[in-house]
Design a protein around this ligand. Sequence first.
Ligand code: SF4
Length: 479
Amino acid sequence: MMGFQTNNQERLFYSFNLEDHVPKNHLLRGIAQYLDLGDLRQHLTEFYSHTGRPSIDPELMIRMLVIGYSFGIRSERRLCEEVHLNLAYRWFCKLGLEDAVPDHSTFSKNRHGRFRKSDAFRHLFESVLQRCMSEGLVRGEGFATDASIIKADAQRMQSVPGEEAMNWIQSEDAPRAVQEYLDALEETNDPSFIPKFVSTTDPSATWTGATGGPAFFAYCTNYLIDLKACIIVDVEASAVNKAAEVDATRTMIERVEDKYDMKPDRLVGDTNYGSAAMLSWLVDEKQIEPHVPVCDKSERKDGTFSVSDFQWDEQADEYRCPEGHALRSNWRPFKKPRKRITNEDTIIYRSSQSDCAACPKKDRCCPNTEFRKIARSIHENARDVARHIHLTPEYQRSRCERKKIEMLFAHLKRILKLDKLRLRGHSGAQDEFLLAAAAQNLRRMAKWLAPKAQETNLARIFHEPPQPIPMRAMAHQIA
Ligand code: SF4
């Protein structure tokens, strides 16, 4: 029998409980269970005046933002509408059916004003991370690092060539993103680097063609994740270039060490993190195993001898060529000692011209020069440690685990829809990345620690003991 809708919308009194209308397995229930905003008010106290009209409740603001970043609602106007209409969102925000949702402009003003100054988003990210740790999802044995490019909220057409940007006059009326850029310029004071184009709306964004298509303005989000349960342990916004990404990784590793007294046994990364200086920092300074491919341009492809064909003698401080002759950096003593280290942090080792002139293998060694030269990095020992790790089965495992961080970036862009920023300036990018990382950690906790999944997931995490390679043993083998 065909049913009839009663259209009974005119009732005056309802018996309605919001709690009953949110499904037991709704993702927000899981998120609510692990989101603790108990000390948020205390953290923000000094940023609120004791007089005047009461502001929007900061906890409500944060709860609304968590919804926005967890469900890919990028527009603040839409977020306010969704919270108004969606029962589950109302329940999560602790709003009753008749409670008013903040107006989107008030919401925006609060978010970009005192919230930024108070570092509330980092506070939120850290409190979520603390919860992940107390739930046992962070082991601290292996970390992975990587960066992903996110488009900035800056049009290609609203830009000027890099040289012209230097003529900007700082004014009080300049937008916040421009003020931030000018302040950063004053701090770094590096006239040697002039970008090709500078955006007039978000000058801190980097003009990049790294993705292969037409160039655009962008920032990088840098993640440091714990490999066992893919929990993001730190996040940092940076410019889009290799040096900035490496610096961001160093900052994150040091921050995690300072804050949580946690340092990984191994760091997994791609070639961007395989520069000699970075490897030396990891091996010599931090005692972290670099599971990172070495940036190595010493292998020759034209059939002549590569550096690996020469034997290094640490004690004699020289190379031995395939004919058994020495390559040294100092062939004779100088009265005034010379600086041996080049600007590229290398030491040049040369063969003797007379040895090479009589050598039967000269055509395969240095056919176009009178002697052979090898540039050895001052961080070569650290590079050797990384090369040795490269040959181990543990490295193969780390290579597979590198995909975990790429999956987090894919999730960030495709599910959470953070493929383009809405906030401008470096601090805007940092705020968005912190919120997105906190949302990703909350979603992971909610899903992994849900009663059904808990048994299998936790068993998978903790019943597989890691097998790191002892660093000292490896250094000993190489020496
Ligand atoms: S050319 Fe010189 S450096 Fe090369 S193998 Fe012969 S002697 Fe050694």
